[in-house]
Write a protein that binds this ligand. Structure first.
Ligand SMILES: Cc1cc2nc3c(=O)[nH]c(=O)nc-3n(C[C@H](O)[C@H](O)[C@H](O)COP(=O)(O)OP(=O)(O)OC[C@H]3O[C@@H](n4cnc5c(N)ncnc54)[C@H](O)[C@@H]3O)c2cc1C
Length: 413
């Protein structure tokens, strides 16, 4: 536990946290978090919204646009994110642009997504505060193919992900091989576009049952593009009990192959789905036994990375106050500058402004992860955010308390 006297930064300052929001915007956020904290309305919303969109129920998009969409999403297209990123820049906050496409299934869709990702990279490069673009491999490769490759990789006893990958790729059926080669080329083209600019690519982590080929491909891209700077970052989900070991192996590979490893540390967003699938298919759950184990591995991973910043470019992607606080304290202890080019913090747009804006105010490099895209395409992301904010005891309670505190502070002024 971190005691108060050791803290060099406070996440309780609501004046800094919400300086970017007027009273009306704060009241709207309070209403929204209140609604998400109410199990009845949340469950009803989660069931009705996808249906309402599918059957084009009148006013659905307008209601969404004015509520949950504007809280968590930057806009329906790239250009519409401009006012949001400009406002963030005013407060020293960077942006991770996320083109919210996931789970595509046709070659035409993948090709379109590749071009869109490259456009996003070039747009980001033209802006002053967008150093990162995130990408989901399921936006440019078929989920079922990823699943097949992952499963084949699991049969090998070799520990190194690249060795397992190479064995499997060599033996793919001709159709799968042709499809996979196209996906690899798309991925490479996106990384190539980024490497020509100052923008880095963050590869999101998704379900564990497609992760092996994602890790392998990302590692190959890091080998190719990260020789002198971090162009490509992998995401490590510490809610998996095997990921600390994977992180250490990845660092060893990067040291041997002499490249900078880009690492985005998250706890993980698919816990319920992971546990349910493991139960249904009768295999051991990849998820840690409890929250404390996840927290312990997360904080250990932060510490490991901060001790090797010549080899690692780190993004601490979390809303957990203790992990963020710990990272700031470790920076102080190890003599790391708050604006070290290999240390960056990030929170999702619409959440934990108390962390983001207080980190920025104290000179740390910090961003908001800002998704954009048509309402229909960002629905899976919005559903995850609503579910994540569903517990009054958890995130929602924290957000509501902070917003209420700030509204009261303003009233007293
Ligand atoms: C910038 C950014 C990028 C992200 N990118 C990704 C990504 O690429 N892939 C991805 O999967 N997620 C991603 N996430 C989401 C992230 O994984 C978490 O879902 C979210 O941030 C909540 O975790 P936390 O660390 O913020 O906070 P906390 O509230 O401290 O932790 C909640 C998390 O702890 C874990 N947890 C909760 N209960 C238990 C339990 N009983 N046993 C074990 N573990 C438990 C779960 O992962 C849960 O989401 C990202 C988040 C951010 C901020």
């Amino acid at each position: 536990m971190i005691n108060d006297s050791s803290k060099i930064i406070s996440f309780d300052n609501t004046e800094y946290a919400f300086a970017h929001m007027n009273d009306g915007e704060l009241k709207k956020a309070k209403f929204l978090f209140g609604l998400m904290g109410n199990a009845f309305w949340l469950n009803l919303g989660l069931k009705l919204m996808p249906l309402a969109i599918k059957y084009r129920f009148p006013f659905t998009k307008t209601i969404l646009r004015k509520t949950i969409f504007s809280q968590f999403v930057g806009g329906e297209n790239l250009e519409k994110t401009f006012p949001v990123s400009e406002k963030l820049a005013k407060y020293g906050v960077d942006v991770i642009l996320d083109y919210g496409v996931e789970g595509l299934s046709t070659e035409e869709g993948f090709k379109h997504a590749e071009k869109a990702f490259i456009d996003v990279v070039n747009y980001a490069a033209s802006q002053k505060n967008i150093p990162f673009v995130s990408i989901k491999v399921t936006g440019i490769a078929s989920f079922t193919l990823l699943e097949r490759i992952h499963e084949a990789m699991q049969h090998s006893k070799k520990e190194n992900v690249l060795e397992r990958y190479q064995l499997v790729i060599r033996n793919l059926l001709p159709n799968d091989k042709a499809e996979w080669d196209l996906a690899c080329t798309r991925f490479e083209n996106i990384c190539k576009a980024a490497s020509k600019t100052s923008v880095a690519i963050l590869v999101d982590a998704e379900e564990s049952w497609i992760q092996d080929p994602v890790d392998a491909l990302t590692t190959l891209m890091m080998e190719q593009f990260n020789k002198t700077k971090a162009v490509v970052y992998n995401t490590i989900q510490l809610y998996r009990h095997d990921r600390l070991k994977f992180l250490q192996q990845s660092i060893r590979t990067a040291t041997i192959e002499s490249y900078i490893i880009g690492v985005k540390l998250v706890r993980g967003a698919y816990m319920e789905k992971e546990r349910a699938r493991a139960l249904e298919n009768n295999y051991p759950s990849p998820i840690q036994p409890d929250k404390d184990s996840t927290d312990l591995d997360y904080n250990t991973a932060v510490d490991i990375c901060l001790q090797q910043l010549d080899q690692i470019a780190l993004i601490i992607a979390t809303h957990n106050e203790e992990s963020n606080m710990l990272a700031t304290l470790l920076c102080e202890e190890y003599g790391i500058d708050s604006n070290h080019k290999h240390v960056h913090f990030s929170q999702l747009y619409g959440m934990s402004d108390n962390i983001t804006y207080n980190l920025a105010k104290n000179g740390f490099s910090v961003s908001k992860y800002l998704p954009f895209g048509p309402i229909k395409e960002v629905m899976p992301y919005l559903m995850r955010r609503a579910q994540e904010n569903s517990s009054v005891a958890g995130q929602t309670g924290r957000e509501l308390n902070l917003i209420t505190k700030e509204l009261e502070r303003r009233k007293k002024k």
